[in-house]
Design a binder for this molecule. Structure first.
Ligand code: BES
Ligand code: MN
Ligand code: ZN
Length: 498
């Protein structure tokens, strides 16, 4: 979909969206159209439930003041129109256009009283939201009818006071869209197509943006002593990979932020095999790695003045004659040993070596790790928020603030010595699961924390409940959400950039 910003049109034509604030307050352009059409808009509102509440729509045909169709778009109360709300309006415009089969829409952005956003900022956010919503993973659909495809190919945003500010603001936001789509594509791909080597190959594309991409295979990981990671991939025909990315565009002396991603391209559970029902979902068990690669694309795409590195552990967890057995003991790169009680608790196994590698190699000031780690986090938080575990309150607050601004919400969960004790092993330094299922997300986080070096601010974000959406939201169609791409990009933009 193409986006164009323009000045206010002299006359309406085609499909035009205009703003109506709460309690049927027609904003300037809607008011003018209402007048021109002899009160058609007022009558249309009177005939139904449309009040101008945020996200409500009403399509007016016929006598519309020049347009072929007018979409009255509820912007709600002015005070509530922040950046995220404006993105949601863009999402609504895209969804309505696609539902109706329209190819092009013009949205007319009037100043909104009470909002802290200027028309230019509102316009840029609307464009971002519309683009984020205008996504469909249909590359394997060979028989789609035209009405099943996305129809919207052009959005014109007409801005009160002229398009210059909107253009500038949107230029900063646009790399986010490509990054989110890149991550959604990775997460949506089936596991026969996207296995560790293929994932790494696609990530290599970021080289074009100036990201240094390095890929380690099994032989190199063995030399480094990453036996816990390698144990997980041992039952797979597909080679495990360690994807290492570098974007060092910040001050030379500044220690980088390390982003770590869980990239289990398919999780059968291994010998601790998962039940058949719903196992297909485990193609998106690489959502953490997908988000991290997407975030690197966003960060490099807007040439962030920051030092950011990324390490993604890419494996496939399969049952096989050569697969790891429950009870096996393996040694990590850190030197600590792990008793593998349950081969389905594989995420923490690959992450512990990836985290250790990142800390040894890059001496990061902070390390943020994303993973679809536990079903238990879905029991705790459902699909509305990701679980946040951290040894550092300032970092937690930064993540929470970033998330609330861009609509990827987090909830901090506890850690502590009594939880930590639950993963002590009789035979090794630790076991990969505790005895019961109780507090399953917390014991998983405790396992990871045993691989955090002194002085490193660390956060683990369990995205099992939010990486995939069965219903979608205003700017995310159902399916892969790319949760984390915008969160990490915003974290860097607001806190680690100069
Ligand atoms: N990838 C799963 C977690 C998961 C579950 C992600 C559902 C998305 C949706 C993870 O590897 C796993 O299998 N975790 C186990 C841990 C258990 C064996 C301690 C779980 O949550 O059941
Ligand atoms: Mn598993
Ligand atoms: Zn998993």
């Amino acid at each position: 979909m193409k986006v164009e910003f323009s000045a206010f049109p002299k006359a309406f034509s085609g499909n035009v969206a205009v703003f109506v604030a709460a309690d049927k307050q027609l904003l300037a352009s809607a008011q003018a159209a209402d007048k021109k059409s002899g009160g058609t808009l007022t009558r249309a509102m009177a005939a139904g439930r449309f009040t101008g509440a945020k996200g409500q729509t009403l399509t007016v045909l016929g006598n519309t003041g020049g347009a072929d169709r007018l979409l009255l778009l509820g912007v709600g109360k002015g005070q509530e129109l922040d950046a995220r709300a404006a993105e949601g309006l863009g999402g609504v415009i895209a969804a309505e256009a696609n539902a109706a089969g329209h190819k092009a829409v013009t949205v007319v952005v009037d100043p909104v009283k009470g909002s802290r956003l200027s028309p230019g900022e509102i316009a840029a956010r609307i464009a971002l939201g519309a683009r984020l919503r205008n996504y469909r993973f249909d590359k394997y659909k060979t028989k789609d009818k035209p009405e099943q495809k996305l129809s919207l190919t052009k959005l014109t945003v007409a801005v009160s006071g002229g398009p210059a500010e909107a253009r500038r603001a949107y230029a900063q936001l646009e790399p986010t869209v490509d990054a989110v789509f890149f991550a959604r594509d990775l997460v949506s791909e089936p596991a026969n197509v996207l296995y560790p080597v293929e994932f790494a190959r696609r990530a290599k594309e970021l080289t074009k943006l100036g990201v240094k991409v390095e890929i380690l295979g099994e032989a190199e990981m063995k030399r480094l002593g990453m036996h816990v990671l390698l144990g997980v991939g041992q039952g797979s025909e597909r080679e495990s990979q360690l994807l290492v990315m570098r974007w060092m565009n910040g001050p030379k002396t500044q220690a980088p932020v390390a982003l770590i991603g869980k990239g289990v391209c398919f999780d059968t559970g291994g010998i601790s095999l998962k039940p058949a029902g719903g196992m297909e979902d485990m193609k998106w068990d690489m959502g953490g790695a997908g988000a991290v690669v997407g975030a690197m694309k966003a960060i490099a795409g807007r040439k962030a003045k920051a030092n950011v590195v990324a390490v993604c552990a890419l494996v496939e967890n399969m049952p096989d004659g050569n697969a790891q057995r429950p009870g096996d003991v393996v040694k990590s790169m850190s030197g600590q040993t792990v008793e593998v009680i349950n081969t389905d608790a594989e995420g923490r196994l690959i992450l512990c070596d990836a985290m250790w590698y990142a800390q040894e190699k890059f001496k990061p000031q902070a390390m943020v790790e994303l993973s679809t780690l536990t079903g238990a986090i879905i029991v705790s938080l459902g699909h509305e928020r990701a679980g946040l575990f951290s040894n550092n309150t300032p970092l937690s607050d930064k993540l929470r603030d970033a998330g609330s601004q861009i609509g990827e919400k987090l909830w901090r969960m506890p850690l502590g010595p009594k939880y930590d004790k639950l993963i002590d092993s009789e035979i090794a330094d630790m076991k990969n699961v505790s005895n019961g299922r109780d507090g399953g997300s917390i014991t998983a986080a405790q396992f990871l924390q045993r691989f955090v070096k002194e002085g490193v601010a660390w956060a683990h974000i369990d995205i099992a409940g939010v990486a995939w959406s069965s219903k979608g939201d205003s700017t995310t169609p159902k399916g892969a959400t790319a949760y984390g791409v915008r969160l990490l990009d915003k974290l860097i933009a607001d806190n680690y950039e100069r």
